[in-house]
Design a protein around this ligand. Sequence first.
Ligand code: GAL
Ligand code: ZN
Length: 662
Amino acid sequence: MNFGVDYYPEHWPEDRWSKDAKLMEEAKFDTVRLAEFAWSKIEGTEGEIDFTWLDRAIETLANRNLDIVLGTPTAAPPPWLTEKHPEVLAVNEDKEVVKPGHRRHYCVNSKVYRDYTKAIVSEMAEKYGEDERVIGWQTDNELGHPVCYCDDCRTKFHAWLRDKYEDIDELNNRWGTTFWSHEYTEWSQIPLPNDNPRKGPNPSLHLDYKRFFSQSTVGYNKFQVDILQDETENQWVCHNFMPHFPNFDHFEMAQDLDLATWDHYPTEIRESYKEVSAGHDLTYGVKDKPFWVMEEQCSYLTRDDLTPAPRPGETRMWTYQSIAHGADGIIYFRWRPCRFGDEQFHGGVLQHDGSRESPGYQEVKSVGNELAEVGTEIDGTVVEADVGIYYSFEQNWSMDTYRFHSPIDYEDEIASYYNALFAANVNVKFVSRNSDLNGLDLLIVPVLPMVDEFLQDKFESFVKEGGKLVGTFRTGIKDFDNHVTDKTFPGRLSELFGISIREFTPVKDKPEVTLSGLQDEGKSYTAKDWVDCIDPGEAEPLAKYDQGWPGDRGYAGVTRNNHDDGAAYYVGLSGEADLYRDLVSYLLKEAGIEPILTGDENLEVRKRTEPETGKELVFVVNHSSSQKSVQLPGKLTDVLTEKEKSGTTTLEPFGVLILRQK
Ligand code: GAL
Ligand code: ZN
């Protein structure tokens, strides 16, 4: 385990640094991230590099046994750069230049910006690449926005298209440009998706721009990774993701990194901590490996307004929640609130006064003391899961390119299944196109519009090998050019599911459609957003619509198609939470998956496993400000207290148990 804090020595008088380092050591911190916005401090004017202050900061911290993670400062280009080269500034969707004065105002495709990136990253890597006090690097900071539409992007997009299609007629064909007379005779005629003020671009163009911009972002990160890997020794490279930023494929970027990390700010979404858990699981999934939380919330946040301060014990609970999901590093954001700048009231471990009396400091210090005891117990454990959710940035873009699919929201549909699995107390793994599906018994694939031969084979093999696969409405309706299939829906997956979709309808207000028959004959569920009318063919109808015209016509809403030990389930509708809860409990039973433990609502239960020995650590996390209880099967040891627990066990508000199972 690594345990530490994000620190900005450049914001504080130097004679304070040694006190900070001492307090960090006393809190049992061992790691500090530095410098990810410090470009103007390192290079005050072009070419004048000054590392002396950073040397002194690193020295001060290292004297207290703190390891350093260095951020490359490219998320915050300094004024001398943007004044000299305004062409590096991004252009937003409304065609306005993104002005300096904040951060993230540059374009990842700017050739000039890449030259400056190369210079500053190389300077840092040459200076610290063999410094044993530096254990790793973070590229930039939270990549993924703004999506840019500048002239550099336009030129590069045209080159990217040329590379992909080679021949303009091939592009015309694959984009369907005969529609509304869009046939291009020159690459230079191809617009960007925001050129048309009516915002209805060709769906193939739109999707290609999303792919292009994702690859540009992934490419910009790789550009930095390559420099760092060339110039450093025994130092890893990571990036701090925001998993819900949709503009690049995180699975792809992760291939270029040694470590995935993310920034965990639960109060932004306090009402739905399940979504916060999904962020952990997605960050685990992108490399299928333990990750770090590079910014762990420990105080109030500056968002549109200040968010509420964490309640006593809540920061500790978030810390263990992160660890439960596979975090091997916890770095709190930030050490001390800054007295100036945009985030002058963003909280930290300390308060503005820098005093050790800060309750936040006292709380993380007690976590530091606990982790000093139990960290070794957690080291080497990983997250194994029997249930997977297929998550694809590209499929989300496809849905997004076609606004007539509203009211379906890809993320919401994923969340509906995720939340039901969360409540069922099972580990969940996010997988994508290139993930290994071995080890999963149940794979839920919500809303998969585009299917090609590769995905068809992948899912067919999964079922053939005994897996239970769940697909939903809007699956198999398109190819990867974003064209609608000419086969009966669900297109390439019709045989796997054994069904035909005869009709479909968005469900806005009317007609009201209900479904019944799932497990319990008495229960009825209201369809929300979407209804696929399933002709079950060779599949078995598990539930039928019983109101509205889909009911009158006798269509099925949920089906199962058995393939020896495997089965393919199709869910034709979206609904309210009760539908997902009952579906998931049915599917878990079908796949023979048991909950890790059972307990009250608002408790989160997860498990980490040591692969060699099979040792299991069960984490129980109370997300609420009231007592909750959990049922334990037999006697277990709580490694935080070394006390034995059994039967019905109570957790205090925001309490945590870590139970040793084997
Ligand atoms: C993060 C960002 C940090 C800081 C923080 C505030 O998204 O990486 O630099 O701005 O938000 O909550
Ligand atoms: Zn651009």
